[in-house]
Design a protein around this ligand. Structure first.
Ligand SMILES: Cc1cc2nc3c(=O)[nH]c(=O)nc-3n(C[C@H](O)[C@H](O)[C@H](O)COP(=O)(O)OP(=O)(O)OC[C@H]3O[C@@H](n4cnc5c(N)ncnc54)[C@H](O)[C@@H]3O)c2cc1C
Length: 382
């Protein structure tokens, strides 16, 4: 530790200020704690999992009905965030699911809707095409429309949370890579390349970097490189005209797309598949290869008659998958004053508002009533 600058102890350090960390900083600062957020890059940035402008949000959750109570709280908190900032951060355009009735996505969506009385509109492929000509399903597709769904402006949200956290007294430092942390007395010491910081509590929200930051937990996270591309599209795709987001379950492949919010056009991603990578740094690719473009082009050819196959923007991004693709949120098994949240498995952003609240509760209380066993560490190690 020779030559290291020591700083005054704070109540809580948040390691990683992306989607989840920015929300945690906000909720902790709002509770009146002295918060220090440490982010290795600028805020927001395009090297992790929260960039690319937008993220989908829906409540009739095909992944598992257990997520619905969390989503109800997430929705309340998104409304509050919009009210507090005066910014439009959530476009409530709805989402259309096109799938066969035998698909797990279709059945799971109906199951969540029935268990939690969530409104869904069922219609035929022909009816849906008449209503939303941007999307051309197969004739045999069944269609579910969820009016409460839509999309969030993810990067604007991170900036909004950071601004509000700062207004509530948080200190958030960019370009500060944490290289180590260790117990120190009753609290924790957190080391960057140049400084060492002390706090009573530590919240780890390191996204894909959790694989190294919390190596000792031995969670077999799988990192997947995922790509997003934007394509020029007609007015049929315009968010301004109220076009909903869409998800196509085509069996082997699943695609999702967002209505156009700017000149870049419709944003398309492939939920299935992805390239395994060992470290987050491997995700940086600036131009897509044919193995990504070919399925997107063929999808557009068949299902998006008003969009161009030629892409005009592209980003790559990371899914941090757990073995069961459910999130991982808990207290550190050896150090109870450290809590963490990771493993969002490609579907976490819509929950960022409530995850920040859960992490703040775990920091200040024994428990969070919103955190149930299916998201905790013990499911992996008994
Ligand atoms: C292509 C794509 C599409 C997606 N679509 C959706 C969707 O439609 N809906 C949805 O709900 N979810 C979606 N997701 C998932 C969602 O975006 C992620 O689950 C969520 O953004 C993860 O947030 P995070 O805070 O865990 O990670 P990040 O936002 O990546 O934040 C982690 C932060 O920790 C920082 N950090 C790490 N290590 C250190 C260190 N040592 N020192 C300092 N800082 C550090 C990183 O720099 C980073 O800023 C998608 C993901 C991708 C990749």
């Amino acid at each position: 530790m020779k030559g290291m600058q020591k700083t005054k102890k704070t109540d809580v350090i948040v390691l990683g200020v992306g989607g989840m960390g920015s929300s945690a900083c906000y909720h902790l600062a709002k509770k009146g704690l002295n918060v220090l957020g440490l982010e290795q890059f600028s805020i927001p940035h395009d090297k992790g999992s929260s960039h690319g402008e937008t993220r989908m949000i829906r409540k009739a959750y095909f992944e598992h009905p257990n997520y619905v109570p969390l989503l109800r709280r997430a929705y309340q908190l998104w409304d509050e965030l919009e009210e507090e900032t005066g910014q439009k951060l959530f476009n409530r355009c709805g989402m259309i699911l096109y799938a066969d009735e035998s698909s797990e996505v279709y059945k799971g969506t109906l199951r969540s809707s029935e268990e939690h009385q969530l409104p869904l509109e069922k219609m035929s492929a022909a009816e849906a095409m008449k209503k939303w000509p941007a999307y051309k399903p197969f004739e045999h597709h069944s269609v579910l429309f969820e009016p409460a769904a839509g999309f969030l402006y993810s990067e604007k949200i991170i900036s909004a949370y950071v601004s509000l956290a700062r207004e509530n007294g948080a200190v958030i430092r960019e370009n500060q890579e944490v290289v180590d942390f260790f117990p120190a007395g009753e609290g924790v010491a957190v080391q960057t390349k140049a400084e060492i910081f002390y706090a009573d509590k530590l919240v780890i929200t390191a996204g894909a970097w959790t694989i190294s930051v919390l190596k000792e937990l031995n969670i077999p996270f799988q990192l997947l490189r995922k790509n997003l591309s934007w394509h020029t599209a007609g007015k049929e795709h315009s968010a301004e005209n109220g076009t909903p987001a869409a998800f196509f379950d085509l069996g082997e492949n699943m695609f999702y797309m967002f209505p156009s919010v700017n000149v870049k056009g419709v944003k398309i991603g492939k939920h299935s598949g992805g390239e395994p990578i060992n470290r987050p740094e491997e995700k940086q690719i600036k131009t897509p290869d044919r193995s990504f473009l070919q399925p997107i082009e063929s999808f557009i050819d068949t299902h998006l008659p008003h969009a161009s196959k030629k892409y005009n923007d592209f980003v790559s991004c990371i899914y941090t998958n757990t073995p069961d693709q459910n999130f991982l949120i808990d207290r550190h098994p050896k150090h109870t004053h450290i809590v963490f949240a990771s493993g969002f498995s490609g579907h976490g952003f819509k929950f960022a508002s409530v995850i920040g609240e859960i992490l703040a509760d775990l920091t200040t209380e024994e428990e969070s009533e919103l955190l149930t066993d299916f998201l905790r560490l013990r499911r992996f190690n008994g």
